[in-house]
Design a binder for this molecule. Structure first.
Ligand code: NAG
Ligand code: NAG
Ligand code: NAG
Ligand code: NAG
Length: 340
């Protein structure tokens, strides 16, 4: 009897060891349970909504994946429901990168923005993947970064890194500005002025922190001036933090923009304003949180304060034509929207 048990034990142990060593057959889904992400595994596997996701993650045709898998604790803290009523296909697609088996060494080497496998089916930029950021400090969409707590788990069709929080899928610029505690006042200001960022595509938003927005209120009450000033914070072209760091200006396709200088303490300084929180991702571009308001007029007038229409004839000359152009642009865009 004892010998029989021993044989069974040895057989079981041997079988287990072989299964452990031979990760060749284990996909990125299979390796989750033994590595602290069994809740994610079960939420994917047991939910009928996730059939196509399972197929996607089980591909063995040579496609390689990098999966950032929220740990069991991260799932508990996220508020994601483990019931089968919810479809998290998009959310989990957002945690994956295709065609790359990124090691933690690759990730730690440099800050990078990378396409995820989440491609929205609706919206103006359908078919364009939504990005995530990766760096030695972790991975992120916006706000706090998710840290890699257990990296480089190899699977047959990719690699898995266990992370300590669930990532949010980036929403519109307005939603992200509202979700970031530093830029809530900016979001409120935009909505109180009926300004929408929906008109911009692949844009870069230089979003001032709350304190800076309060200073605008103290300086001017003239809504057109405020609209113009805030409108200048949106550049209709995508500039990531790395490209700003390596460049001496930020200029859109119309030649409008800012000069950038560089110093050791503040990094990139745009017309005297520095970037506090770079590369916050929204569904159609990037947000850089700044410690002040970048004035586009500063490109020609370095000492310019907020544009003050009653101040000098120069300021009026600057304000009125630009505002006129802005209004024309808005009406043209509205017209286009209606045609569409
Ligand atoms: C930033 O943008 C530049 C130019 O568009 C691109 O070459 C580079 O790969 C991007 N860097 C990051 C961090 O994604
Ligand atoms: C992300 O995907 C878009 C659209 O497919 C592509 O134009 C862009 O170059 C990709 N970016 C990176 C960083 O791979
Ligand atoms: C914003 O729109 C609302 C409703 O259309 C209007 O009542 C309000 O006056 C507008 N505010 C500004 C600052 O234009
Ligand atoms: C911005 O840079 C351009 C080109 O170097 C220069 O001609 C211009 O004077 C600069 N403007 C400011 C405000 O520094």
């Amino acid at each position: 009897m004892k010998i029989l048990l021993l044989i069974v034990a040895i057989a079981t142990f041997t079988h287990f060891s072989i299964a452990q060593e031979n990760s060749d057959g284990n996909t990125i889904l299979d390796v989750l349970s033994n590595n602290g992400a069994s809740k994610l595994h079960d939420m994917i596997i047991n939910n009928p909504h996730h059939t196509s996701l399972i197929q996607y993650m089980s591909q063995t045709d040579g496609t390689e994946f990098t999966l950032f898998a929220p740990s069991d604790e991260a799932i508990d803290q996220s508020g994601l429901s483990q019931s089968n009523d919810n479809d998290y296909t998009d959310r989990f697609h957002y945690h994956m990168i295709t065609d790359e088996r990124l090691s933690t060494q690759d990730i730690n080497k440099e800050q990078r923005l990378r396409n995820t496998t989440f491609i929205p089916k609706h919206g103006k930029n359908h078919h364009v993947p939504i990005m995530m950021g990766t760096s030695s400090e972790g991975v992120w969409s916006y706000g706090d970064k998710a840290k890699i707590i257990h990296g480089d788990i190899q699977a047959s069709n990719g690699v898995v890194h266990i992370i300590d929080r669930v990532l949010n899928i980036p929403g519109s610029a307005e939603q992200v500005l509202r979700a970031l505690p530093q830029t809530r006042e900016f979001a409120n200001k935009l909505s109180s002025l009926n300004m929408s960022l929906q008109l911009f595509t692949h844009a870069t938003v230089f979003a001032p922190i709350n304190e800076a927005i309060k200073r605008v209120d103290e300086m001017t009450k003239d809504p057109p001036t405020v609209v113009l000033t805030l409108n200048h914070l949106i550049v209709d072209k995508s500039f990531n933090a790395t490209s700003i760091k390596n460049s001496n200006k930020v200029v859109d396709n119309h030649g409008m923009g800012f000069n950038v200088s560089h110093d050791d303490t503040h990094g990139a300084v745009i017309n005297g304003v520095s970037i506090l929180l770079p590369d916050q991702i929204y569904d159609d571009g990037l947000i850089h949180v700044t410690d002040g308001i970048v004035l586009r007029g500063g490109l020609d007038h370095p000492e310019a304060d907020l544009p003050q229409p009653k101040d000098t004839s120069h300021a009026i000359a600057f304000t009125i034509p630009s505002f006129h152009i802005l209004m024309t642009m808005i009406s043209v865009l509205f017209f286009c929207c209606f045609c569409y």
